[in-house]
Design a binder for this molecule. Sequence first.
Ligand code: SF4
Ligand code: SF4
Length: 492
Amino acid sequence: MAKKVKFKLDGREIEADEGRLVIDAAKDAGVNIPHYCYHPALGNPGNCRMCVVEVAGAPKPQVSCRTPVREGLDVKTESEPIKRARAAMLELHLVNHPLDCPVCDQAGECGLQNYYMEIGQYQSQVRENKDHKGKRIEVGPHVMLDQERCILCTRCTRFVDNVTKTHELGIFRRGHSERVELTPGLILDNAYSGNVVDVCPVGALTDRDFRYKVRVWYLDETDSICTGCSRGCNISVHTNTKRPWHNDGKRVARLKPRHNHDVNGHWMCDDGRYGIGALDSGRLGRVLKLTPERRDASWESAAEEIAKALKAGGVAFVASGMLSNEDWAAAKELFAGAKLYFCPEPDQIGVEDDFLRRREKVPNLKGAEALGLKSGSFDELARDLESGKVKTLYVVERDLAKIWGAERAKALIAKAAFRVYQGPNKNELSESFDFRLPATAYVEESGHFTNFEGKVQAYCKALEPIGQARPDAEIFRLIAAAAPAARREVAA
Ligand code: SF4
Ligand code: SF4
């Protein structure tokens, strides 16, 4: 454990670990020192010079991202000489910057814009024309580069050099011509490329998926957990409900990683980040009875009919690790005595790497395991359907066509006497059931997932559900509550 020392910060006595960087110790004490190049996960080259502070006894301002705390250190972050030094540094960063904030997608969350408003020297002393560099350069499938806006902080190049070790970006040329460019022969298409947009403190690297859809000040942020795999990366869901006509009418505008040292650090993968299409398209919003003819149904009538079928036995329950811990607990009760099938088949298995991505492309298989639930194999389910052993087939958020192929899956589903499909989205075979029940997407409910390491993490409701959609656990409880009525009818 590091030794604790006392030092002075703007006249206040602060206790911190010896050797901790002044910029971090100040942040812990509630003092944010302006900076661009420093990033806790990417190191401290000290090239932006924005984090200068006055240190008693030092002949000139010191960069706080390279100054370790020691006993008796006396640091001033807001003295007049420091304010002047910062304003001068900012002016240098803006010498060739186009100042195109009104049309820049970073506006509202830009380090340059924010510090300019806070500490900028509004009357520039620069009379020379600005250097022009490349604009709208597609450096990869997800990222756009504007070289004129770049302040050469090197955060992005340090990310591809030290985190992904893929080296697609570099700082090339010399002097005023220096700029971020693609390494010859490479494009920025690694599995974590979106993170360079997050680390870029200005509008030089922007997200092609998000650009120009909605201004960031219209967005709300909600803490959540990525459902893209069993890692359970902590994320922030950015929703746009104030201006629905922006962002192509989509309610979820983007996902951003949320720092969690023990799970995902500062990062998330591109599969998780850009897999938001299904949250607003292909959604189910109505309770439907599809046989003998298609018609709307109420939750209550559907629950009663389903409860009756479940009571008759011969039930196969198909689900996936998309269910929350709360859903699994409610399912365990409702489907006691039924055969369960939730293991990942090729439909939910993907690429794994030695960074974040996990093989199981669902967030919560561990939650089922923790409740002692066991999955049968889909070969066994196919055999039981074929032989007529399955009377009621209840499928939650699973596309059986992706497991057995569309034709075979359709034929097997038809073998069950009673069939229910429940989920947030339609799929190829969701019309091949007797009932189709709309469930909420994870952004429309609160709950918990248990990640592959057994860590239980909460996610919060960011949006109101679409149409009649309800959380899976609520649907299971509604059917369970309808069971006594169904029983009475059977007895009569
Ligand atoms: S593109 Fe952004 S992150 Fe990369 S060096 Fe320029 S300002 Fe820094
Ligand atoms: S690694 Fe997994 S949990 Fe993390 S962002 Fe990617 S898909 Fe989501």
